[in-house]
Design a protein around this ligand. Sequence first.
Ligand code: ACO
Length: 271
Amino acid sequence: MANDTDTVAFDVIDGIAWVRFNRPDKRNAMSPTLNRAMMEVLDELEFRSDVGVLVLTGEGPAWTAGMDLKEYFRETESEGLKGVRRSQRESYGWWRRLRWYQKPTIAMVNGWCFGGGYGPLFACDLAFAADEAKFGLSEINWGILPGGGATKVAVELLPFRKAMYHALLGEPIDGKTAADWGLVNESLPLAELKDRVTEVAKILRAKNPVALKATKDAIRRVGVMTYDEAEDYLVRAQEAANSFDNDGRKEGIRQFIDEKSYKPGLGAYDK
Ligand code: ACO
């Protein structure tokens, strides 16, 4: 099943939704139109039974060159605060939706990733980059601070000194450096990127989907909690997950203890 709009395209193949920023001529800069289209696409895909994993990537040489300086900034600012707040809601809205998405998500960063692009980068649960990709907090280069969550993403993902250097200098780093710094999980040659992401997506697809959603939310939630708060949250989160999936974990135990058909330390049970 394929779908194309002007600014966002997607295909669903073998349980993986391949969603693409689709303004290659504008280096996939996020315009208000693209932000609205992305929310619609996320909405359409989130609860589809034929979608197990969502991959976010870009058409052409960019993942995304960040916010569209003309359409997102200059044109909405000309409408006054009403226009500015509306375009913020639209962009922050789909990034937030993606952070708490029902399905596991992977950023497949094929090329340029700047500024506002750090919002969806962080929103994706995992991130794989091409060695050839370039990442930058370029805001300082045109005279603003890294807003729209970009500063928060840098501080969440990078050590203090690297976050400060990255934001103050505005120098782009390549995919390998992004992996060394922890912005992405791995970097590999562009020619190998899609195969690796497909491999990871297939591994995720084989796992219990209720447990995946509970786990990804837990990883995002517990960071700001005390140990005791986290312990309590995790007990309740597992009990809530049990009410959606009564049999999954019992089957997981049965296949290991009774059937001896797999080892949980080495892979997933057969769901
Ligand atoms: N906003 C609006 N238009 C953009 C953006 C952007 N963020 N990025 C690229 N474009 C447009 C260019 O204006 C150009 O349009 P035109 O063909 O109508 O002249 C077209 O995309 C191609 O861009 P080039 O600069 O010619 O492409 P090139 O491959 O040489 O360079 C690069 C790519 C490095 C990404 C460059 O376009 C660039 O620096 N873009 C801005 C990156 C940036 O700083 N983004 C803002 C981050 S801050 C934030 O998001 C809040």
